[in-house]
Design a protein around this ligand. Structure first.
Ligand code: AMP
Length: 285
């Protein structure tokens, strides 16, 4: 805990300039107030002028948190920290801890709060050593306890909650493939869900690998149908309350994915008031 407090300490006093421009989420907060994708009252995130963003991405397994958090981290020049990746690194390291975690992860259960916080602390400490500032967290917090600990030690500016219907999430998880060499993520699922009950239809083209990756594709051990269903059950039980936690703080931006990356990415930039065309690393002012 002490390590987390030290590592996640409030950084609002430290000003960091990106390519000569200070980054502020004030305009994002304004965007959140006016955008059409939120179903909640306008978030009232404190304006953390003068430091990098500290955002959280929430959403069920398979919704695409990693894809969009990673793209935004490149755009905003902040680290994308996915606790699932930290867990998988531990599993692949062959450490004793990794061996203990394998069963938990492969059954679709959550790793204990203590272990995940310790992995996150180590990652942040390494980043701090390299001068990293700000973050986009993906897959953390996943329990209300984790959210409370995060709140005790730092300020979260914005929480983006990505949403897709459950049937699409299952198809997407089952279609996920990773290149064992370059570690790039692909998806072989072709999704076409008809609109019903006032909900628009959803089409997502597969994200196919380039020829050099085709023979090296692997599937995550926890992307089998039974495990995906268990992960969704665990999400509804343990992680949905995290949405309520941030909704109560007025920080939750609800975002229903309209389709694949081609449709979703520009809309996400729009609601975040970001502009890829302008200048990388900057907020459209
Ligand atoms: P993900 O890649 O985010 O789906 O995470 C893969 C697995 O890592 C999860 O199913 C959990 O077993 C574990 N995990 C990742 N993040 C957390 C977290 N914040 N709390 C507990 N377990 C986690």
């Amino acid at each position: 805990m002490a390590a987390v407090i030290r590592l996640l300490r409030p950084s609002s006093s430290s000003s960091l300039s990106l390519a000569g421009r200070s980054f502020s989420t004030a305009v994002v907060t304004e965007a959140v107030k006016s955008q059409t994708y939120t179903q909640n009252p306008a978030p009232t995130a404190v304006d953390p002028k003068g430091r990098n963003v500290q955002w959280v991405f929430l959403g069920c397994p398979g919704v695409g948190k990693g894809t969009y958090a990673s793209r935004l981290s490149t755009l905003l020049c902040v680290p994308h920290i996915a606790t699932g990746d930290l867990v998988r690194e531990e599993l692949n390291s062959g450490s004793n801890l990794g061996k203990q975690l394998a069963d938990i992860v492969n059954q679709g259960k959550l790793v204990s709060d203590d272990i995940i916080i310790s992995l996150l602390s180590k990652r942040l400490e390494a980043g701090e050593g390299k001068g990293e500032s700000g973050f986009i967290l993906d897959g953390f917090p996943r329990t209300v306890r984790q959210a409370e600990i995060l709140d005790e030690v730092t300020h979260i500016d914005l929480v983006v909650n990505l949403k897709l219907p459950e049937s699409v999430l299952i198809e997407k998880c089952l279609g996920r493939r990773i290149c064992s060499q370059c570690r790039e993520n692909f998806n072989v699922a072709s999704i076409n869900v008809k609109g019903e009950n006032g909900r628009p239809g959803i089409s997502m083209a597969p994200l196919l690998p380039p020829p050099q990756c085709v023979s090296k594709l692997i599937t995550r051990a926890d992307d089998t149908e039974d495990v995906v269903k268990e992960r969704l059950r665990v999400y509804n039980e343990k992680s949905q309350p995290v949405e309520d936690f941030y909704r109560g703080q007025g920080k939750l931006l609800e975002f229903d994915l309209p389709g694949g990356i081609q449709e979703t990415w520009p809309k996400l930039l729009e609601v975040l008031n970001l502009d890829e065309q302008d200048e990388k690393q900057s907020v459209a002012a």
